[in-house]
Design a protein around this ligand. Structure first.
Ligand code: SDX
Length: 389
């Protein structure tokens, strides 16, 4: 829709963070923040997390329908065949400082794929399919590779006999996971795969709207997800729970944090004004693992914090979000906390690619406007005429 510039400019209303401003139309994901309901392409996440797989959900998000068994078999086979990284990428990762954050390693290695697949044909469905396969297949291998490299080891090759999630856990830990661990992990990936126009997905769409390559789109989104107000919160939640030390310290911690206007990590959401439905489902995953492999005392601290926060923050519509319990599941799977956000990224690549494809189907470059509040016109002064400060 072209705006008729000949008319008086519309009154500009500032909307910080674009809160409540629709900037695109999308058919990928629907969130009801009041009811606490989340659907991918019309399917509830509770049903998908129960019955689907991450790769089937990825296909659904990107192409808008559940795959036939032939389509799913082909998609899984293609991804299995593209899991390996070029030795050039692995060697590049060996030059990264081991003290670097795995999200920075992931952003750099994801962007590097653009060097190997430089042809851009964003109007070609085969190009789109191939880019989807490469990114869904290689991102987990990159996360696992940096984990081994920073420990001073060579990364291990994917195992073609293992399905997607089991193979990732194998590459990360060098041992084949228990089937329950692999299943719970796969369901976590389903839950984190898509969430409409969150900050990193918006980044992906803005980058996609310039028609750059999909590897740059994903690198933009990874960088955005890394922030502690977004995907980086899951790692900070664990650090917060470590600081609280015991359930009976939760109330004092909360009171002090609120008094100091400190944000409670893993709480609050721009869309949800009730508990994030994903947090509730993640609790059932954590409890399933605890029942089988033993409890994590930190879970009691988290539940005590949620109980104490309810009367203090609930009235403001601030409840646990997806990041509050996810780290407790990953901890039980033996995953280091600075890998929690890269795992979020492994999953969200599906959503970012779905939005990349959708943006291309009806593209208009994003270029919002601003309200200028800077200086009026001024003329340049030579150095000698400028005041000392
Ligand atoms: C994710 O958008 C998505 O969909 C994201 C995500 C996804 O799947 O992609 O769901 C994943 O990013 C989850 C969010 C993870 N981040 C955190 O847990 C960090 C802590 N949360 C906050 O930073 C905050 O709640 C946000 C960033 C999540 C939402 O911020 P908003 O909507 O901009 O809200 P705000 O910062 O303007 O806060 C509004 C009020 C303020 O109080 P007042 O100044 O009006 O008195 O609520 C308060 C805030 O202080 N508030 C909090 C709080 N979050 C908001 N107070 C204490 N603790 C918090 N966590």
């Amino acid at each position: 829709m072209k705006i008729d510039k000949s008319k008086e400019p519309a009154k500009l209303e500032l909307r910080p963070g674009l809160e409540g401003v629709p900037v695109t139309q999308s058919s990928i994901c629907d969130i009801d923040g009041i009811k606490g309901d989340l659907k991918y392409r019309g399917y509830s996440i509770a049903e998908l997390a129960q019955k689907s797989s991450f790769l089937e959900t990825t296909f659904l998000l990107i192409w808008g329908k559940l795959p036939t068994s032939k389509e799913l078999r082909e998609f899984e086979k293609e991804i299995q065949m593209h899991r390996r990284l070029s030795f050039r990428v692995r060697d590049m990762m060996k030059c990264f400082p081991e003290s670097g954050h795995p999200m920075d390693a992931l952003q750099s290695s994801a962007a590097s794929l653009g060097l190997f697949y430089s042809r851009r044909a964003t109007d070609n469905p085969k190009y789109i399919y191939d880019a989807v396969v490469r990114l869904i297949a290689k991102i987990p291998t990159m996360v696992a590779a940096f984990q081994l490299i920073r420990k001073g080891q060579d990364p291990i090759q994917p195992r073609d006999d293992l399905p997607y999630s089991a193979n990732f856990l194998y590459m990360l830990t060098e041992k084949e996971p228990d089937p329950l661990e692999a299943r719970v992990f796969d369901r976590c990936l389903i839950l984190h795969a898509e969430h409409s126009l969150n900050a990193s997905t918006f980044s992906a769409r803005v980058t996609a709207s310039t028609l750059t390559d999909p590897y740059a789109v994903i690198a933009s989104a990874v960088g955005t997800l890394a922030g502690p107000l977004h995907g980086g919160a899951n790692e900070d939640v664990i650090k917060m729970l470590e600081d609280i030390k015991s359930p009976d310290q939760a109330k004092n911690f909360l009171k002090a944090a609120i008094k100091n206007k400190q944000k409670i990590m893993g709480f609050g959401h721009r869309e949800y004004k009730v508990k994030d439905p994903r947090a509730t489902i993640l609790q059932t995953f954590a409890e399933e693992l605890f029942a089988r492999f033993g409890k994590d005392e930190m879970y009691d601290i988290a539940k005590a914090l949620e109980a104490e926060a309810s009367p203090m923050l609930g009235p403001k519509g601030i409840f646990p979000n997806v990041d509050f319990y996810s780290g407790l599941v990953y901890r039980k799977l033996g995953i280091p906390k600075d890998l929690f956000t890269p795992i979020f990224a492994i999953s969200r690549v599906a959503g970012w690619l779905a939005h990349w494809r959708e943006q291309l189907s009806a593209n208009r470059i994003f270029r919002p406007t601003q309200i200028y509040i800077g200086e009026g016109e001024r003329t340049w002064k030579p150095l000698e005429d400028r005041s000392i400060n």
